[in-house]
Structure formats: C-alpha cells, structure tokens
Design a protein. Structure first.
Length: 100
C-alpha cells in the first residue's frame, strides 16, 4: 500500500477556487484502478493550506494515475508544497473495520 500525504499552500483568497478546480481530479482518482481513498481538502485552521491524502493499493497504481502531475493553473496557484509518498508494510484498524 502507498499513502501520499502532505499539504499545499495557496493564497488564502484563492483557496476556494483552487479546491473547486480539484473536484474533477478527485473524481477521476476515486474511479481509478487501485485507488482506495483520495481527498484534497481545506485546512480547518490555516486559510491558505490545502491538505492532501491519498491511499493506493500499489506504487504501480499511483504511477498509472499520476501522469504528469498538476495542471498549469494548479501549479501556478501553489506557493509551496510538502507532499510525500509512504510505502506501508502493515495496517491496523482503529475502528474494527477493514482498513482497505
């Protein structure tokens, strides 16, 4: 399993439009083979922060979806980004549900 997590910083007045531009990406990702979860969300405390969380079955699934990365408009809106991929060897459920 691969988890992609981190955050992107945008100008606070642009955050809502940035998130609106991400709707199609989220929809496409959630429909992609190997995607277990995908979210791009507004941070509750920092008005310029956009949180990123993705969970994939494999690195191959991430690579197949990722392609060339964010579009030009999205890249231009980013002031900074701190997003990383994590290879996960084991999973423990905290709720008793199947974590996959």
């Amino acid at each position: 399993m691969v988890i992609v997590a981190g955050h992107i910083t945008v100008e606070p007045p642009q955050r809502d439009s940035y998130l609106a531009d991400c709707v199609d990406v989220v929809r496409q990702a959630r429909g992609a083979a190997g995607c277990l979860d995908f979210a791009i969300t507004a941070d509750l405390l920092d008005s310029g922060r956009v949180n990123v969380f993705e969970r994939w079955e494999s690195q191959a699934a991430v690579d197949a979806f990722r392609g060339s990365g964010p579009g030009d408009d999205q890249s231009a809106a980013m002031l900074a980004a701190s997003v990383a991929e994590y290879d996960i060897a084991g999973v423990r459920s905290l709720t008793g549900d199947d974590p996959t």
